[in-house]
Design a protein around this ligand. Structure first.
Ligand code: PMP
Length: 291
């Protein structure tokens, strides 16, 4: 039986009740994080917590716990759900106000904290030689101007992802004013002539934890990498395209808008970086059992 966490207690999901006056429900007034755990060990926990703290600060939502308290709660939730390979989803909303009003409740109310775990599919990076790759389409980035905040307000991302799914793709790569921003739930990398490119961090993209690790691994292993804007035509002419996220790690995109990317198979630099990623992960979390 799975367990979730709500406002101070662990419980079965069906026992977790939230008021319809919660500002998360009425206004999507909340932020979230997704932290992977491998072998029950949280991966890049501090990096996720730093981003959580930033999202809370940017939205002026009180942080209900100190970092070590968050760590203990996440570890306990993972353990209560059987350990192994899991993602921890955690959400903090501004809380339950007495009435619906756009302005924040005054005096402030207790934030609502909800956490649950999810399963993690075996990532492509775990088996670079047999990975098949995925398909993506390009769409206009219709989101707001503060995509650096990990807000639960994901309606545009959902609409975009759904359009991709209906087109037979697994991700939408977003374009704003002719430049790549990111995926509907991922960051984007391309490879051109042996150099890895990814857009620089800004208010237009989420500062992905996986993105930062891929940048770090490229630098450490002397793989040429530049953080700079990518135009739509550079995307279309890329030798390789990758999308990254905490639960999917680094996924090679082999088809963009029904045209092959490069040779139409996962590229050599993806394989190299995927191997570095998996080595790094195993060093921190041990060898994962395949699911
Ligand atoms: N951008 C967006 C819009 C996302 O939703 C995600 C995944 N939550 C990412 C990028 C990747 O971030 P991370 O590597 O921290 O999971």
């Amino acid at each position: 039986m799975s367990q979730v966490y709500l406002n101070g207690a662990f419980m079965a999901p069906q026992d977790a009740h939230i008021s319809p006056l919660d500002r998360g429900f009425l206004f999507a007034d909340g932020i979230y994080e997704v932290i992977p755990a491998y072998n029950g060990v949280l991966f890049r926990f501090d990096e996720h917590l730093i981003r959580l703290e930033r999202s809370l600060a940017e939205t002026a939502i009180d942080n209900p716990y100190r970092r070590e308290e968050w760590r203990k709660l996440c570890e306990e939730l993972v353990a209560r759900n059987g350990g192994g390979n899991l993602s921890v989803y955690l959400q903090v909303t501004r809380g339950v106000a007495a009435k619906r009003d756009h302005a924040f409740p005054n005096p402030p109310v207790q934030p609502t904290v909800f956490m649950m775990t999810g399963s993690i599919a075996v990532p492509a990076a775990d088996s670079p030689d047999t990975a098949s790759g995925s398909r993506a389409i390009t769409l206009d980035d219709i989101r707001w101007a503060r995509c650096d905040i990990k807000s639960v307000s994901l309606l545009p991302n959902s609409l975009l992802r759904q359009q991709a799914v209906e087109a037979g793709a697994s991700e939408a790569i977003l374009l704003r004013d002719g430049f790549v921003t990111e995926g509907s739930a991922s960051n984007v990398f391309i490879v051109k002539n042996g150099t890895v490119l990814t857009p620089p961090k800004s208010h237009a993209i989420l500062g992905g934890i996986t993105r930062d690790l891929v940048v770090e691994l490229c630098l450490r292993h002397h793989i040429p990498l530049e953080e700079r804007e990518i135009t739509e035509s550079q995307l279309r002419q890329a030798d390789e395209i990758w999308v990254t996220s905490s639960t999917k790690e680094i996924v090679p995109v082999i088809q963009l808008n029904n045209s092959p990317v490069g040779d139409g198979v996962p590229g050599p630099l993806w394989k190299t970086v995927a191997r570095h990623y998996v080595t790094f992960k195993r060093r921190l979390c041990g060898h994962q059992d395949q699911e």
